[in-house]
Design a protein around this ligand. Structure first.
Ligand SMILES: Cc1cc2nc3c(=O)[nH]c(=O)nc-3n(C[C@H](O)[C@H](O)[C@H](O)COP(=O)(O)OP(=O)(O)OC[C@H]3O[C@@H](n4cnc5c(N)ncnc54)[C@H](O)[C@@H]3O)c2cc1C
Length: 368
């Protein structure tokens, strides 16, 4: 008897996580990833406590603890370096869900189990519902029939374009784009964010020697791709931002400039096709919920498929996830709007509003 199969479009965080979760239920998952290797840009990713919990649910707690470094504290500072507020993340999340900053390549390697059904250089061009399942067309001309298709193919998802061609991405409220780079650690020992008039800079250590740096506009500004934007914008920022900006000027080859696009759509499924991760709801990384939501989606849709009735699985998955994703989207908009307030108002409000926002955003995410 033929085993029912789920085609997973995309082998990023969402795709690899859902393949693992499906296989743990005994469901066959075929992963099609367009790139030849685990995409391993030399960057890092910040994992708040609920992301750590989701990785533990996937069975990867011990492996995750061997990568990167725990983030025990956050500091939010003005562009002049003044401490506006801090958060004891250790105390907030507890030891089982302690946030971490890890290299993306380590995270993908940890998720990527060797499996004959994990295909590389396999590019999906379109999908469409078909009798009792879904049909996928590949760039090499092949057409395959599967019992279910999961679009985990990121913010520019072709699965989403096939289902909802009228839905497009929008630019994030905080900033049109960002720069990211790994740099020698200038002495930072926790998540440290500085924000000024129209700009924001974040450093998180991945270990004692290296930090992950993220720089963007604030209040919706444009970030052009020329690295001199960094030296112009952050010229008056204090230590330890300066040496990181100087490093970025010396190493433009290691600097990533990327647009920050969002997906806000009403439906994530049609028939036996569903979207997860960024394909469904890419959100500006203000609260760093991308990986967390992707892995939570993966766990939920795998559970729903394991329960049976694949005709309604997409709708049931969406019902279970919608409210949590909406909470993150609303929180992202609120903080983006707060960053657009006049500087004096923002700096006056931050010491009270900042810790409250942290609790209001992450409190509900501590439980499922
Ligand atoms: C500037 C920036 C900073 C961020 N920082 C953080 C952070 O600190 N913490 C956090 O949790 N999140 C962060 N995020 C968000 C996070 O990176 C994403 O939410 C997460 O990577 C989503 O994973 P995904 O698997 O859904 O999509 P992706 O990572 O985009 O993976 C999609 C995969 O699908 C493949 N693919 C695409 N099209 C096809 C096709 N047609 N056929 C086959 N394969 C295909 C791609 O090659 C890719 O491997 C950040 C995002 C940005 C833009």
């Amino acid at each position: 008897m033929r085993q029912e199969s789920v085609l997973v479009a995309g082998g990023g965080i969402a795709g690899l996580a859902v393949a693992r979760a499906l296989r743990s239920h005994g469901i066959r998952a075929v992963v099609s990833e367009r790139t030849a290797h685990t995409s391993a840009p030399g960057l890092a990713i910040n994992l708040p406590g609920n992301a750590v919990t989701a990785f533990a649910e996937l069975g990867l707690k011990d492996e995750l603890e061997k990568t990167g470094r725990p983030t025990r504290r956050r500091e939010y500072r003005s562009a002049a370096g003044r401490l506006l507020f801090e958060v004891d993340e250790d105390e907030f999340w507890g030891p089982d869900s302690r946030p971490r900053c890890v290299r993306r390549s380590d995270l993908l390697a940890l998720l990527d189990e060797p499996h004959e059904d994990n295909r590389r250089r396999s590019v999906i061009e379109s999908v469409r519902p078909s009798a009792g399942g879904a049909e996928a067309a590949f760039a090499d001309g092949q057409v395959e029939q599967h019992d279910f298709v999961i679009g985990a193919d990121g913010v520019r998802s072709v699965v989403r374009q096939s289902l909802f061609p009228e839905q497009t991405s929008s630019s994030a409220v905080i900033s049109t784009a960002s720069f990211r780079i790994m740099a020698p650690n200038p002495g930072v020992d926790c998540f440290t964010a500085w924000s000024g008039d129209g700009s924001a800079f974040l450093l998180i250590p991945v270990d004692d020697d290296e930090v992950y740096a993220f720089a963007s506009a604030a209040g919706g500004g444009h970030v052009d791709a020329d690295p001199s934007w960094l030296s112009r914008t952050f010229a008056s920022y204090p230590e330890p931002v300066k040496p990181v900006v100087a490093h970025a000027q010396r190493r433009p080859d290691a600097l990533y400039h990327s647009p920050i696009e969002e997906i806000r759509i009403g439906e994530w499924s049609r028939g036996r096709i569903a979207l997860i991760g960024d394909a469904a709801h890419a959100t500006a990384p203000i609260w760093a919920q991308g990986a967390a939501l992707a892995v939570e989606d993966a766990l939920t849709i795998a559970d729903v498929l394991a329960e049976g009735d694949w005709d309604t699985a997409g709708t049931r998955y969406q019902q279970q996830r919608r409210e949590r994703v909406r909470h993150v989207q609303t929180a992202t908009d609120r903080f983006s709007e707060a960053l657009a307030l006049p500087l004096e108002v923002r700096e006056l409000n931050m010491p009270i509003a900042g810790p409250r926002a942290y609790r209001e955003v992450f409190g509900p995410l501590r439980s499922k």
